[in-house]
Design a protein around this ligand. Sequence first.
Ligand code: ATP
Length: 195
Amino acid sequence: MLKIGITGGIGSGKTTVCRVFETLGIPVFYADVVAKDIMVSDPLLIAGVKQAFGEASYLEHQVLNKAHIAQIVFNNETELAKLNALVHPAVFRAFDQWVEQVPANSPYILKEAALLFESDSYKMCDKTIVVVAPFSLKKSRVMLRDQVTEAQVQARMDKQFSDEHKIKMADFLIHNEESASIILQVLALHEQFIK
Ligand code: ATP
């Protein structure tokens, strides 16, 4: 089955674009949502996290101790890489399982991931889409959605590849700015993918 990876900077509108694909009946794997979920449900991952960051990584009843993990990986590239080396393969495993159960008549599937390129996850996809939007629009959308400051959005943006870098790696682009219709762009890509 054709696998399309979709990514874009924070606030570019990846999830919004994926919702449009879903209305066309296309199954979407939301890697970032799954990553959060498996942190508390994948026994192999939980064991790895406890081994790497201590038993204090989990509170009672398998509740993730986010403050503990954040304190370790915050501004520490080595520890963050250690966490990613545990989480990314677990997400890949979850993706493989998910692909097995999508309806067989689906013409293609989408994998949405903020770090599609950074995590090498794009290598498991046949094609990639990057959603792009102007810098100021992305910032204002996220500030409004998450009720955070400009500096907090900037800090998150700094952890991702630049748009220029992502655009170079992309097979297709979707422009999600005020004047562009994402519906028409999604329909055009959908037509290509089902051919
Ligand atoms: P993140 O990386 O933070 O998960 P994202 O790329 O998935 O972000 P979305 O959550 O889809 O981005 O969009 C960010 C915000 O901007 C949301 O509140 C969404 O409703 C809004 N938004 C996105 N695209 C549009 C649009 N074309 N018109 C109006 N609002 C939009």
